[in-house]
Design a protein around this ligand. Structure first.
Ligand SMILES: [Zn+2]
Length: 317
């Protein structure tokens, strides 16, 4: 494959792997989990498959569907759920078979319906992503709070955290019998969380909500699969990060500083090593908007992340 000199070839589409975390429960893990490179998954039985999310590009989604097809012996893709509206989890929806019934939160559906990035990604990222031959495909079933679907004789609960968190229309997929949680982007394992289209306080509350489920295996929206004691470590990292963002934002607001000024003056400390650190300024913008009771236009604040970084945000999608 082509690549820029020095580019890490281990994070291309070919590096993604399907991992069976419990019998019939699969995680599609895509290194390195940075911008636009998501995790997905599936719950499978002889009678059919429930997919959890698709991928940003046609190529990455095709690889996921092909791997799943061989792992499940060609069982039909009966159902799919989108954990939220963002393109890294939804642009590949149109590669699903026509017969697949797609489920999403009603605000996720509206978010994807009005998404303009699928029609052409703005140059906030480098290289500018090319999604390939995808088209907007919206959920057939819109969920307002929570619902349960049954796949291969087992229940899969699709649960909404109760308010804005990563976005306004998040769903997680929870298997209560296997104690496996597909957390979507309520969790980023070892990468900077992104909540500028949701709520920092809501995302913080959602961490406790996830912890109360007491999962044994967590498939985060980005980053490696978590098991056992790793789960609490990552949940605590999220709590500390969100409290850090809230604290820095409130200090900045009190001093009349802009989010970009605050971000430039902030030592990210233990979070400095996480990929996509520039999300800090986006997350600050979310707190400012919420504290001031106004809407936030994502396209209007993304330039601040580019300014903080000193250039477009790198992506290997
Ligand atoms: Zn994502």
């Amino acid at each position: 494959m082509s690549g820029r000199p020095g580019e890490d070839q281990t994070i291309g589409p070919e590096s993604a792997r399907l991992r069976e975390v419990r019998p019939g429960v699969h995680a599609w893990v895509q290194p390195d989990g940075s911008w636009w490179i998501n995790n997905a998954g599936a719950v499978a039985g002889d009678d059919g498959v429930l997919l959890v999310d698709t991928c940003a590009t046609a190529e990455r989604t095709r690889r996921f569907l092909t791997a799943l097809d061989s792992a499940t012996g060609g069982a039909p893709f009966r159902l799919a759920v989108n954990t939220h509206q963002h393109g890294d989890h939804t642009y590949g929806n149109s590669l699903l078979p026509d017969a697949t019934v797609l489920i999403g939160h009603e605000r996720m559906r509206e978010g994807l319906r009005t998404d303009v990035v699928i029609d052409g990604c703005p140059p906030f990222w480098t290289p500018v992503p090319d999604w390939g031959p995808v088209r907007r495909r919206l959920p057939d079933v819109a969920v307002t709070t929570s619902t349960t679907v049954h796949v291969a004789g087992r229940p899969v609960q699709l649960l909404h955290p109760g308010g804005p968190a990563h976005t306004t229309g998040d769903l997680v997929a929870w298997l209560p019998e296997e104690r496996v949680l597909f957390a979507g982007d309520l969790l980023f394992a070892g990468l900077t969380p992104l909540v500028f289209m949701g709520s920092v306080t809501g995302a913080l509350a959602a961490v406790d909500w996830l912890a109360d489920m007491e999962p044994e295996v967590v498939v985060p929206g980005h980053g490696p699969v978590l098991e056992g004691a790793q789960i609490d470590v990552v949940l605590d990292e999220h709590r500390r990060y969100y409290r850090f963002v809230l604290d820095r934002a409130d200090v900045g607001l009190a001093r009349g500083r802009t989010p970009l000024e605050v971000a430039r003056d902030t030592d990210l400390g233990e979070f400095a090593g996480w990929a996509d650190a520039e999300r800090f300024v986006l997350n600050l913008h979310r707190v400012y908007a919420d504290r001031e009771g106004r809407d936030l236009d994502p396209a209007a604040v993304l330039p601040d992340a580019v300014a903080w970084l000193g250039g477009p945000m790198p992506t290997a999608v």
